[in-house]
Design a protein around this ligand. Structure first.
Ligand SMILES: CC(=O)c1cc(-c2ccccn2)c2ncccn12
Length: 121
């Protein structure tokens, strides 16, 4: 059998894995860890046309589906905005999504990005 050589992690992939770990730490209840199912959220799949969650983002990193940081940020924003739209404003999920989005976009700003990357260089 032909051994599938472990693909070298590209610099972008190293950055995205680092960012994903940073963002996941700010979801202590793991509300965003896995896809939302219709069982836990009635009608979810007919309301949210493009679902997204951290496990899907991790799979996309591993499958080299992100060609740029902006594509990763788009999925992060999509994940948060789905929760902001589906969940009523007075729910823990809506509130957690707003906090996570605000914190995540701040972290993705170039000057803050450099700050988290320093130790990686
Ligand atoms: C992210 C989201 O919208 C979500 C996560 C969850 C969730 C995630 C993990 C464990 C339990 N619930 C959820 N439950 C009901 C309605 C919406 N949600």
């Amino acid at each position: 059998c032909v051994l599938k050589l472990k693909q070298q992690k590209s610099p972008l992939n190293k950055l995205l894995e680092h960012l994903l770990r940073f963002l996941e730490k700010r979801d202590p209840h793991q509300f965003f860890a896995w896809p939302v199912t219709d069982d836990i959220a009635p009608g979810y799949s007919s309301i949210i046309s493009k679902p997204m969650d951290f496990s899907t983002m991790r799979q996309k990193i591993d499958d080299h589906e992100y060609a740029a940081l902006s594509e990763f940020s788009d999925d992060f924003r999509l994940m948060c905005e789905n929760a902001i739209r589906y969940n009523h404003v007075d729910t823990v999920y809506h509130k957690a999504a707003k906090r996570l989005l605000q914190m995540g976009l701040k972290q993705l700003q170039p000057e803050n990005l450099m700050r988290t990357l320093k130790p990686l260089s």
